[in-house]
Ligand binder design. Structure first.
Ligand code: ADP
Ligand code: MG
Length: 611
């Protein structure tokens, strides 16, 4: 019998994993493995670049040339695209008032000041008796001159109730004032501050938050608004909640322009019937409606709504990628979870956000023409090596997972990747059933990114992967469990007083205002919402009776099984049903990684592919 070198290639949403083995007389000897970031969207031609690099690296590790590989086996990659669907995109353009963007953390003084905005150097010319003024201080004016000027003006009977300062001078000016007043500083776009308009400046004492401008009725009191105007200004108040300082300026221009896009409804199409459910009903109702429907054939979104736009967009994107008509593309599964979504308030000048509740959706998009065949033929041509599509991903994963010491059939695997959670069950007679569910690690990252308003996926990914700490002093850090860590060497100065991500060697300071406890809570709840929900959904469907008590072994594989808390959450949850659940150790060495690639190699023997 011939000796053959077989490579299993698992193209995932996030990673492309390779296993290289030598097969001789049905004996499989694994030689090496490698992982690279997937290039392009899973299941498309763009994947080839990543596959080639992964194969080259794996061949190098095995001490061979990549041409020595006789057969490449690819997984049957199903594309999954996730997106956020919001409860309501409410673009409220408030021409009646504006907030001023500034650094809210380092103001001067405290209290509330209301008055007419005026440039500091025009104060003497323009000030009228009996009027209150807020002075506007652009960059060129230095704090000594400004404080002197304000002190002098006050002694002449000009009433100054607050200041808006461009430089980081708030505290310096405040210290030199005879009569104290609230000062906001670091207002970058000071030239945009409208002059001779009513403005309110509020500063809270250190460790406190503003109370008046963050309350709609506070704003209505300050600016003497009627009930309709109060409704219009409410998003401004909402966006200022939790700030230590704020400025709101009233700029009456009459017209209030408002544009709203409704969240809309989803139309779930089953085998016999279809039902409609509104996004506003929330994730639980949506998922219950889906469960009652049973088998899903497709999902459509109500046209002209936010969710309609989302599903149409998905179809369009995938149609373009695979060169098919959008009609031939269907949604085979989706996961809806409740989410908090930051919404920008258009009356603001620095992109201030208000947090709205909404629904996050991940969808599994299916095409009739499997695009992976095309990837296989192009790869074959470019490398001059036989390429075949090896089979259903979850089935491959189960074959790989069974190489974990201490496991046996019947077994269920949960492959928790970036885009999808795949589950497969192998019964005692080796019959395999599998399903692919939308929603996995990327959705957790998306939720964290949204709910902490990070606007930075890479950072959200770090928040997901590593525990937090709070640097209390140069040598002390409080950990998530409340214990205090003492360091022999001082922590970097930029981390002082900050919540930090404890990434292996590095400390990454977070410049958001949420407390460590709040960030941890959001992180853990995002993981629960996605993975606990999906694990239960998967198991219910895959276990013939739907009764989880009949299960004994659940093995977790995939990148998200490397998470420092997800496997624990599932172990706890599944333990309630008497199930032994834990993460895999593929081939006794690889941990939860490389299951599908390993399975692809092993199944080539079972299928009798090797001659
Ligand atoms: P796919 O098969 O979809 O390509 P993977 O199995 O490579 O996915 O898993 C990718 C997911 O695993 C990503 O969401 C990534 O954030 C997550 N992940 C990778 N490493 C870790 C880790 N150490 N801790 C938590 N999550 C991780
Ligand atoms: Mg995978």
């Amino acid at each position: 019998m011939m000796k053959r070198i077989v490579a299993g290639v698992d193209i995932g949403n996030s990673s492309t994993e390779v296993a290289v083995a030598c097969i001789e007389e049905q004996q499989v000897q694994f030689l090496s493995q490698h992982l690279v970031k997937t290039t392009g969207i899973k299941g498309t031609i763009e994947n080839i670049k990543g596959i080639q690099i992964a194969l080259q690296e794996a061949a190098k590790k095995a001490g061979m040339n990549v041409n020595e590989i006789d057969l490449i086996r690819l997984n049957d990659a199903v594309p999954v695209i996730g997106d956020l669907a919001m409860d309501l995109i409410s673009e409220t353009i408030i021409t009646e008032s504006s907030m001023i963007g500034h650094n809210p953390d380092t103001p001067g003084g405290a209290g509330l000041g209301v008055g007419t905005t005026v440039l500091i150097d025009r104060l003497y010319d323009l000030a009228e008796e009996g009027q209150d003024y807020i002075v506007v201080v652009p960059k060129p004016f230095d704090y000594d001159w400004v404080s002197h000027r304000v002190n002098q003006a006050k002694s002449r009977g000009i009433s100054i109730t607050g200041a808006i300062v461009q430089k980081d001078d708030g505290v310096l000016i405040h210290n030199r004032l005879n009569e104290k007043m609230p000062i906001v500083d670091e207002v970058n776009l000071i030239e945009k501050v409208p002059l001779f308009k009513m403005a309110a400046v509020e500063v809270a004492l250190p460790g406190h938050v503003i109370r008046t401008l963050s309350n709609p009725y506070g704003l209505s009191t300050v600016f003497q608004l009627d009930p309709d105007q109060t409704i219009q200004i409410a998003p401004v108040a909402k966006a200022l909640v939790g700030n230590r300082s704020a400025v709101v300026i009233r700029t009456p221009q009459g017209e209030v322009v408002e544009r709203k896009i409704e969240a809309g409804s989803m139309i779930l199409i089953g085998s016999k019937n279809q039902t409609e459910v509104s996004i506003n009903d929330g994730a639980e109702t949506i998922m219950n409606t889906y469960e009652r429907l049973g088998t899903l054939h497709d999902v459509r979104g109500q046209t002209g709504t936010n969710v309609g736009g989302m599903f149409n967009g998905l179809r369009q994107d995938l149609a373009q990628l695979t060169g098919q008509s959008p009609k031939d593309i269907t949604i085979s599964d989706f996961l809806a979870v409740d989410a908090i979504i930051p919404t920008s308030v258009s009356g603001s000048m620095a992109g201030e956000l208000s947090m709205e509740s909404g629904v996050a959706l991940a969808s599994m998009v299916k095409t009739d023409k499997v695009p992976i065949q095309k990837v296989a033929s192009v790869l074959e041509e470019e490398m001059g090596i036989n390429v075949e599509v090896g089979g259903i991903e979850a089935e491959m994963a189960i074959r790989g997972a069974l190489t974990t010491p201490g496991t046996r059939k019947p077994i269920v695997i949960l492959d928790m990747g970036g885009g999808s959670t795949d589950a497969a069950m192998m019964d005692a007679s080796e019959k395999i059933t599998s399903i692919h569910l939308a929603g996995a690690g990327d959705m957790v990252t998306m939720l964290i990114n949204s709910e902490l308003a990070l606007g930075d996926k890479e950072l959200a990914e770090k928040v997901k992967k590593y525990p937090l700490g709070k640097v209390l002093s140069l040598f002390h850090m409080q950990l998530e469990d409340g214990t205090i860590l003492f360091s022999e060497t001082p922590f970097p100065p930029q981390t002082f007083g900050k919540v930090v991500i404890r990434e292996e060697e590095d400390l990454v300071p977070l410049s958001i205002r949420n407390s460590m406890e709040k960030i941890r809570e959001i992180r853990r709840s995002a993981k629960q919402r996605v993975f606990v929900t999906n694990a239960l959904r998967a198991l219910k469907r895959i276990v013939p009776t739907g009764n989880l008590k009949h299960l004994s072994f659940v093995v977790m594989v995939g990148g998200s099984a490397l998470d420092f808390e997800i496997p624990q959450m599932l172990t706890d949850q599944l333990g309630k049903f008497g199930i032994v659940a834990g993460f895999a150790n593929i081939r006794g060495t690889e941990g939860p990684r490389n299951a599908v690639a390993t399975g692809l190699v092993l199944s080539s023997v079972k299928c009798g592919v090797t001659k």
